[in-house]
Design a protein around this ligand. Sequence first.
Ligand code: CA
Length: 224
Amino acid sequence: MKVLLVEDEKKIAEFTAKGLREHGFVVDVATNGDDGLGMALIGEYDLLILDVMLPGRDGWSVLTELRGRGTQVPALFLTARDSVGDRVKGLELGADDYLPKPFSFAELLARIWTILRRGPVRQPTVLAIGDLKLEPARMTAFRGGTRLDLTPKEFSLLHLLARRRGEILSRHYIAQQIWDMNFDGDSNVVDVHIRRLRIKVDDPFETRLIKTVRGVGYALDDGA
Ligand code: CA
């Protein structure tokens, strides 16, 4: 999951980005509205977190511009303002939610998962592939009722494969989505993590879900 955070208050931006990264998100940060708009237009984000009061172009203007160009990425406004009028304005502009500052990280995370579940990606509460079950909001995964002990990165990787079940995802795409890095050809970070994931997700069980497509990438499929 890739998130763009547009926030000019350094402390809030750092604390929010750090928390999201710890929960397996890839986070880009912009500190003004114009940069935010530019990044949102070219980056493939799953969610925008927009502060309203920004230097230059404000958060509302960023979203208005994006919606005007047909971008449907879900957006959550983060702001000190808490009047009903502002809330209504944000929602009318096509925001998915609105969180007044100060906020707790737990609440932000809960709102994010609510938005992502109903957003264009249509995240169900539980993703099931064969006997594999993922609960993204809790970052937990089970196989046949056994809880898998995954790191946040491993969970993100499994979640990505599960969301795109049956599709072959290239190493390049996986590296971009999970590590926010451009694959340099020599890096085997994806292969290493797939190997670790297999030890936990596939080795103890009868059916292997993670498939290698030689020379291309990986897919997750229960073969059904
Ligand atoms: Ca601000």
